[in-house]
Design a protein around this ligand. Structure first.
Ligand SMILES: [Zn+2]
Length: 124
């Protein structure tokens, strides 16, 4: 089986999330900030965290400010977990299966559905 990560070869340069500067000398600064729109493709432990990369402490501070102003919406996070579960089960899931796949309760699933539907309607 092929390696599923391509970290065997050269590492890709990092890009500053603010100015787009290409950082090739490993001088980038990083942080993780809470962000309810993030679900990690395979590691639920990392759900709700956005990884930030910047070329300098000043640009990292700018990014942190931006994300700190953004509210963390539980329902958005739960809806993200649900859509990840549905990606893996394209034939659909029962409530019980969805609860097991996402670790969410029935009432959390209901709230996530309501949030999602509200947003879909609002965005036309
Ligand atoms: Zn920068």
């Amino acid at each position: 089986m092929d390696a599923d990560r391509d970290d065997a070869g050269e590492t890709l340069p990092e890009l500053c999330d603010v100015c787009g500067a290409v950082i090739t000398d490993h001088s980038e600064v990083r942080a993780r900030v809470p962000d309810s729109s993030v679900v990690h493709p395979d590691d639920p432990e990392l759900d709700g965290w956005r990884r930030l990369t910047a070329c300098s402490a000043a640009h990292l501070a700018e990014l942190r400010d931006e994300y700190e102003r953004r509210p963390f919406i539980d329902e958005e996070q739960w809806a993200g977990k649900m859509s990840r579960a549905l990606d893996r089960h394209p034939d659909g899931l029962t409530f019980e299966q969805m609860a097991a796949a996402t670790g969410l309760t029935r009432s959390q699933l209901d709230r996530a559905f309501a949030w999602h539907n509200h947003r879909v309607r609002r965005n036309g």
